[in-house]
Write a protein that binds this ligand. Structure first.
Ligand code: B12
Ligand code: SF4
Ligand code: SF4
Length: 316
């Protein structure tokens, strides 16, 4: 039985890689009660800013059984979006790398569903649920549980082979598997580059982020104005922020992804200052319609463009 589970788990991981994921591991479903306490403490300090959705059902985020009754295992996968090709023009508003290509939900969820079909061929009756930033689940915790990496001081997960520029996708299943050992090492050591480089000092000492200061939150999730004291620190960023990952030694020398879905389109890559200044809602939709950028409504995107231009030439 043990050997059968090992073989099945190995086949599932191989299939995940064949479907385009770069890393995959397995974890036993369990209640991560310690993480839940830290999460609640973070909410208690108001660090989630206006992301009220994080306050709904904090228990379920750390207890898979509350999300999918009968769950036994989590298949945890990562897919790299690191690319060296990006925006061509200098002096234009800067996009985070993760927004270059297709919206990652639309890429990852279908892959996880294909993985589930594969599992059902091997184990008739197996059932599963797929997640990638789509449900009430604290996804980063499961990277550690599945032995795939550790949480950097910037709070993002790092894998020793592919660095931190990867998305997480999780398939919960109602069958037992052979499990990977949790990743217990902290490989940040004495480094603090990310903490010291964050333009807005948004990184707390306990590997959490103060979203009220984080440029990623303020340009993506935030529906009000960007606080005036933050604007000069935007450093031209118009959607998201990669600064804490750019300085990380674990992202030096990593291989660029080979996922065509995540490639930046020619039209976006070559946008000039004038294109950014004169963008209309129709143009916004045609340029970014398939990317995660359209999760921001056009008026908020315009707000970001204006503030990104205002910040250029300052020390962000
Ligand atoms: C809310 C959210 C955000 C918020 C808050 C960020 C954050 N660090 O939490 C904002 C909008 C700022 C954000 C930004 C980004 N995000 Co985001 N985000 C999420 C989301 C939806 C939930 C994360 C969450 O629950 N945060 C709450 C805090 C409390 O969790 P935490 O920081 O991990 O804290 C835990 C630990 O620090 C620990 N802890 C704290 N103290 C202690 C002490 C001890 C002793 C111990 C043991 C543990 C411990 O407990 C806490 C709770 O588990 C996830 C998707 C998901 N459903 O999980 C994506 C997710 C985390 N985001 C992702 C990405 C890509 C980003 C950005 C890189 C995008 C960008 N370029 O702009 C930035 C990165 C900013 C940063 N430095 O973190 C990816 C990360 C992938 C990866 N490799 O890790 C995720 C997983 C989405 C996905 N499916 O791929 N994000
Ligand atoms: S994403 Fe940017 S603003 Fe947010 S913590 Fe990282 S460096 Fe700081
Ligand atoms: S920059 Fe340094 S401290 Fe920050 S996550 Fe990378 S290795 Fe860890």
């Amino acid at each position: 039985m043990g050997d059968d589970l090992k073989i099945l788990s190995e086949k599932i991981k191989q299939k995940a890689l064949a479907l385009g994921f770069d890393i995959c591991g397995t974890a036993k479903a369990r209640h991560l009660s310690e993480q839940e306490l830290h999460f609640r403490a973070w909410l208690g300090k108001g660090m989630n800013d206006r992301m009220a959705y994080l306050e709904r059902d904090p228990a379920g985020r750390f207890n898979p059984e509350l999300v999918f009754s009968g769950v036994k295992s989590l298949i945890v996968a990562g897919i790299s979006y690191y690319s060296e090709q990006g925006q061509v023009e200098r002096d234009v508003p800067v996009l985070t790398r993760y927004a270059y290509g297709e919206d990652y939900h639309d890429v990852i969820i279908p892959k996880l569903r294909k993985l589930l079909s594969f599992i059902r061929e091997k184990v008739p009756g197996a059932e599963g649920r797929a997640f990638s930033d789509t449900g009430f689940l604290h996804e980063k915790s499961w990277i550690v549980e599945a032995g795939l990496g550790w949480q950097g001081k910037h709070s993002i997960m790092i894998n020793p082979q592919i660095g931190s520029y990867f998305f997480i996708g999780i398939l919960m299943v109602n069958i037992e598997l052979d499990y990977d050992d949790p990743f217990t090492r902290d490989r940040c050591g004495s480094c603090r580059l990310c903490i010291d480089s964050c333009p807005t000092a948004a990184i707390n000492e306990d590997r959490t982020i103060d979203a009220r200061k984080c440029i990623s939150n303020l340009t993506i999730e935030n529906r009000g104005p960007i606080p005036e004291e933050i604007v000069p620190k935007l450093g031209g960023r118009v959607y998201g922020c990669d600064r804490c990952q750019e300085v990380c030694p674990w992202n030096k020398g990593i291989k660029p992804h080979n996922h065509p879905e995540f490639r930046i389109s020619e039209a976006v890559a070559s946008m000039t200052r004038k294109d950014w200044e004169s963008i209309t809602e129709d143009r916004f939709k045609s340029l970014f319609g398939r990317t995660a950028v359209v999760r921001v409504k056009f008026p908020d995107f315009r707000r970001n463009i204006v503030d990104a231009f205002r910040s250029m030439g300052t020390s962000g």
